[in-house]
Ligand binder design. Structure first.
Ligand SMILES: NC(=O)c1ccc[n+]([C@@H]2O[C@H](COP(=O)([O-])OP(=O)(O)OC[C@H]3O[C@@H](n4cnc5c(N)ncnc54)[C@H](OP(=O)(O)O)[C@@H]3O)[C@@H](O)[C@H]2O)c1
Length: 315
């Protein structure tokens, strides 16, 4: 049975990923700063490793003794309003977390490391569909994750078997999309959005497919390669909310807010992320044999609406 060490296993994507890894037969160890956060897994055979990626500690030996490592942890994203100063703190923490984890791993002992980045590294790519070989133009969060991503070749050069995964805009239970779209739609409230988000295409993916794709890449991804983890088709935020409203059987009204107001409310970093166009190809992921449960938002959003209504007790 393979020993799998997971960082970020208590987070939005990580929680789903850990359940799938258990089902697939891995012996899973989850790193967390708060062992109580992982209590739900106690009876399912997950070992909880208490530790902080920002501080060296015994967790590094646990990671180094594993067959495989999946690195999903990210520093606090500060909720709604992200200023440049907060994003700079994120950048420094992310660099330190990556370095304390990856430097503790020895090539030869660890057979595979899956590093999870974010497509904001690729930034605004305009209206063309692009592959992982496109030149990154980091925007929004991108400039703040770029130094961590650009440190990865150093670890590949010393022989660490790294595979890189870049999820797009992940929606699912526990995500921004529930809070900003499903909750107000169901309550008959108006949705707020920027004019730009009605036409700019992003690359979404349902969290269940995202977690399945990460597990698939752990097993089938090629060392040294990057993979976009996104749907078959890009979509606008307006498309997502329209499909959600249809699935909920409600009509929806939107209020368009000017970009300057969005910058004031959400800060410049999130505003720039939301107004970047990224039509990303998943051909490389398909090429590994991965099959989607929800190839587009037409399948994924109604599935999320069903999951959400079920979690609320059907109402
Ligand atoms: N969500 C998205 O839409 C999206 C899109 C593209 C890429 N991504 C990437 O996917 C990854 C996972 O995202 P997510 O949204 O699932 O994350 P998340 O919900 O924000 O969870 C963050 C995780 O990081 C862990 N963590 C934070 N600081 C830590 C520290 N100092 N030491 C140890 N663990 C620490 C937390 O664990 P504890 O609190 O238990 O310690 C938690 O499990 C991230 O790299 C993110 O950039 C996410």
């Amino acid at each position: 049975m393979k020993r799998l060490f997971v960082t970020g296993g208590t987070g939005f994507i990580g929680t789903r990923f850990v359940s799938l890894a258990l089902e697939a037969g891995y012996r899973v160890r989850v790193l967390t700063r708060n062992a109580r956060a992982a209590e739900r897994w106690k009876h399912e055979g997950v070992s909880v490793v208490e530790g902080d990626l920002l501080t060296p500690g015994p967790w590094q030996q646990e990671a180094a003794a594993s067959d495989e490592v999946v690195h999903l942890a990210q520093p606090l994203t500060f909720g709604a309003r992200v200023t440049h100063q907060r994003a700079l703190a994120y950048r420094e923490q992310r660099l330190r977390m990556d370095s304390l984890l990856l430097d503790s791993l020895k090539p030869g002992t660890v057979k595979r490391v899956l590093y999870v980045g974010g497509t904001s590294y690729y930034g605004d790519q305009g209206s063309r569909v692009v592959t992982e070989d496109a030149t990154p133009r980091p925007t929004g969060w991108g400039p703040y994750i770029a130094p961590a991503i650009e440190s990865l070749p150093r670890h590949l050069e010393r022989g660490l078997p790294l595979v890189e995964a870049y999820p797009g805009s992940v929606y699912g239970l526990g995500s921004w999309f529930v809070e900003y779209a499903l909750v107000p739609l169901k309550a008959g409230r108006r949705l707020f959005g920027m004019k730009e988000t009605l036409t700019l295409q992003m690359s979404p993916i349902h969290v269940d497919d995202c977690a399945r794709a990460l597990l698939h890449l752990l097993e089938h991804g090629e060392v040294g390669r990057r993979y976009f983890v996104v749907d078959d088709q890009p979509a606008t935020f307006g498309d997502l909310t329209r499909v959600a409203a249809e699935a909920l059987g409600v009509s929806y009204r939107k209020v368009l807010v000017p970009r300057w107001l969005c910058r004031l409310l959400l800060g410049p970093v999130l505003t720039d992320s939301l107004t970047s166009e990224a039509r990303l190809s998943n051909a490389r992921l398909h090429g590994t044999g991965f099959q989607f449960h929800y190839p587009t938002i037409r399948e994924g959003v109604p599935a999320l609406v069903r999951q959400w209504l079920e979690a609320r007790g059907g109402s």
